[in-house]
Design a protein around this ligand. Sequence first.
Ligand SMILES: Cc1ncc(COP(=O)(O)O)c(C=O)c1O
Length: 455
Amino acid sequence: MFSKQPPSSPPLSFSAKAARTEESPISSLMAMALHNPNLISFAAGLVDAPTLPVEQCAAITRRIFADRRRGQSALQYGTTLGLKPLRERLLSHLASLEGRPAAAFGITADDIIVTTGSQQTLYLIADVLVDPGDIVIAGNPSYFVFTGTLQSLGATVHSVPMDEDGMDVDTLERLLERLDDAGQLGRVKFVYCVSYYDNPTGQTLSQERRERLVEVVKRFSRSHRILILEDAAYREMGYDTWILPSIKSFDPDNRYTILTQTFSKPFAPGLKLGYTAMPCDLMHAVLRQKGSHDFGSSNLCQEIVLEALRDGSYRTHLQVLRSQYRGKRDAVLSALEAHMPGGVGWTTPKGGMYVWLTFPRAIDTSARGAMFNRCIERGVLYVPGDYCFHPDESGQVPQNCLRLCFGQVSHDQIDTGIQHLGKVVGELLKTTPIVLGDSLGCCSLNPEPRTRSHE
Ligand SMILES: Cc1ncc(COP(=O)(O)O)c(C=O)c1O
């Protein structure tokens, strides 16, 4: 892909951070999918293309550019914090999601920053808080792109298990106690939690755990505040209308929690617009960093989103999208039920676009294993679960799980793809000795164990 250097040129001298930054595993999966358009890709977190709001965005941009002054301002640079009318609108949007005025959790429009996707927020937050050797606590498994960011910043990631109620807060509390005993509490910077329809597991943090999480970090915030980075990227993609209050809503003074959301998944990733509410002392540091990154996100994209919120097209679009994803989730679950051999477990998400599968420990789902390669041969791609796990103390990660994303695949592809997947698993189970009592290995995300015999 890159041109060759003349043989005589000396090597480049990279920064320590560049050397720590590895290529994201998703890049090679995406390249594989693009290379082979016939591949049924359950891998990349792409959204459902037919529901993307093309007509709505066309009508909105026509309106923006029909007004010369507004058109000029959309094509101009903006502020680092983001368009004020958009931030005001986002404040009322957040309040309506919570069902409470924003004042109840201590935020104003100036506590909200608009970023180039929520990924930029995740990066900026980590960048202003983490020095090499500092500690970040995350669920296990968790969103692997951010784990890569943390690794490139030199963070030590400690993890706590996930179950059907999300991150296990009791284990988190014990971990903080242990870190305290070891004199390391001062290095703990934040707890990262995907609070709704998690990527990769599809699980949601229960209401009781949300409240306790805030209580626990407050209790351990002695020399400095330990923050909660609440990543609510999938919050508005619940299939039911009622959604839980955010973790942030249990932090009435806006001191301990950062709430980041995005328009990528619920509207259009091509706009690449995210927004984040955070404590004001953190905001100052983040603004300085964003200033040196890009001094503000695209004004045009901000105008488009503002219009979509104002004219109701965002709300209408969400309804279409939720029913589309609910249908796809149902298709995935029926296909798993129909085609997966016994001994395989999977989650049942109530929103978002991910299902997490757990296999008997003898089945190796990693990219080096037989299963991954046989699936590719049959035209199916998934995300190996080991990409999403943090290593334990001995450096090991579970190798018997995988993530299916049903965002981009069509209904027909869902059944065909899972049928192929089931066949590969069935073949492997026939040739792989299974130890009794070991049916689901080490992953506790196993709400519905299957006991059917191997077909
Ligand atoms: C959990 C989670 N957080 C954040 C992001 C970043 O999305 P964006 O930067 O497009 O808002 C993603 C994207 O897949 C995600 O899955």
